[in-house]
Design a binder for this molecule. Structure first.
Ligand SMILES: NC(=O)c1ccc[n+]([C@@H]2O[C@H](COP(=O)([O-])OP(=O)(O)OC[C@H]3O[C@@H](n4cnc5c(N)ncnc54)[C@H](OP(=O)(O)O)[C@@H]3O)[C@@H](O)[C@H]2O)c1
Length: 339
């Protein structure tokens, strides 16, 4: 099989395309011909060494795949050859609460990744691809889609008619915008770029704010909610945004703590949490149950994820550079079938 390997911590420029051995399947494993592999901010962190991989050995990167089953182990029951499938983020977290054990393994971090023309998954780590999506679209779901779903509807507790604020127009935020909109929420989104905000309005965002021209953007959110603030913030900014996200949320509101594009450590004024009776919930992607709930919702609403750019297999390093440059809107994907 053809796969890329990179040296964690030594930049995505260390990506090397290689022939790797084809291993035999265990009884509950499924071999998938990969159609497309999606990138996340996390993959940049793995490449530059700011994400713990547990090993510094060369590894196959990326964790979000969509493809077609080409072989099944002797005991596989959930899939057959020819089925179109997408993988979940944590193969061990099927349902219930997260534990250190069921979140220990994830593809492209502690398990071999999917930037390859085929990959092996436990059958419990796969779900059927929604039939209206092609593989490029479906390869956006495993990390950003599940995270957005968990942040909005599981830990975030967003109700129809409620209000949600998304920060920036990257993969998680655009997924969250599409899902919140389809669920009937009032949607707010920020960006550094007016062109991106115009695109967000085309997707149905009702309230858009440029955080460069309005550095005190939380005041804009308060002004547009009669001083109350929003029910929920999907917090991907971290150090540079958390205090403003708290100020932009209503009393008793929730902050789904997802990421730290501006830094992962932060000083927090506890009084803004305690005195505002607000709840902070750490989000760690999600379980297969959340994934399947999300896939059902995506099929019901015929949602199509926003794909910013698609790169051929030979141009995988350019896909990383696109994420690093921050010019993207939504998801960046490698079409593995385009050589
Ligand atoms: N906890 C989890 O389970 C989980 C899962 C997925 C991702 N994450 C984390 O969530 C974060 C986002 O991931 P992603 O894959 O969606 O990233 P991404 O696609 O690379 O998106 C990054 C976007 O963030 C925006 N941004 C940058 N600096 C900002 C700032 N100071 N204030 C507001 N927005 C800012 C930019 O949007 P504009 O260009 O529009 O300004 C940028 O395009 C990362 O920290 C990632 O590690 C966590």
């Amino acid at each position: 099989m053809q796969a890329y390997q990179l040296q964690p911590g030594a930049s995505f420029q260390t990506l090397v395309r290689q022939d790797l051995p084809h291993r035999a399947l265990q009884p509950h494993e499924v071999r998938v011909r990969i159609g497309a592999a999606g990138l996340n901010f996390r993959d940049l962190m793995v490449a530059n060494g700011s994400y713990p991989t547990g090993s510094s050995d060369p590894m196959v990167p990326l964790g979000d795949a969509a493809g077609t089953v080409i072989e099944t182990g002797a005991a596989v029951q959930r899939f057959k050859v020819g089925d179109r499938v997408v993988n979940t983020y944590f193969p061990g977290w099927v349902d219930g609460r997260p534990t250190p054990a069921n979140t220990a393994g994830s593809y492209g971090v502690t398990l071999p990744g999917v930037l390859a023309d085929e990959a092996v998954f436990d059958e419990q780590a796969l779900a059927a691809t929604p039939s209206h999506l092609d593989d490029v679209e479906a390869a956006t779901i495993a990390c950003a889609g599940i995270t957005a779903w968990n942040a909005l509807f599981v830990e975030g507790g967003l109700q129809p008619g409620g209000s949600a604020l998304m920060l920036g127009t990257g993969g998680v935020s655009i997924w969250a915008l599409q899902l919140a909109k389809a669920a009937g929420a009032r949607t707010f989104i920020t960006s550094s770029d007016d062109g991106k905000l115009a695109r967000a309005r085309e997707l149905g965002a009702q309230e858009t704010i440029n955080y460069r021209t309005h550095p005190e953007w939380q005041q804009e959110v308060l002004a547009r909610t009669q001083g109350d603030g929003v029910d929920l913030v999907v917090e991907v900014g971290g150090n540079g945004t958390l205090a403003r996200s708290l100020a932009a949320s209503r009393m008793g509101g929730r902050i789904a703590l997802v990421g730290g594009v501006s830094g992962f450590s932060s000083e927090l004024n506890l009084l803004s949490v305690i005195g505002g009776a607000r709840r902070l919930a750490g989000i760690y992607v999600g379980s297969r149950r959340m994934f399947e709930d999300l896939l059902r919702f995506v099929s019901l609403h015929q949602l199509r994820p926003v794909v910013d750019r698609v790169y051929g297999f030979g141009d995988a390093a350019d896909a990383y550079a696109r994420i690093e440059g921050g010019g993207h809107f939504g998801k960046v994907v490698v079409d593995v079938t385009r050589r």
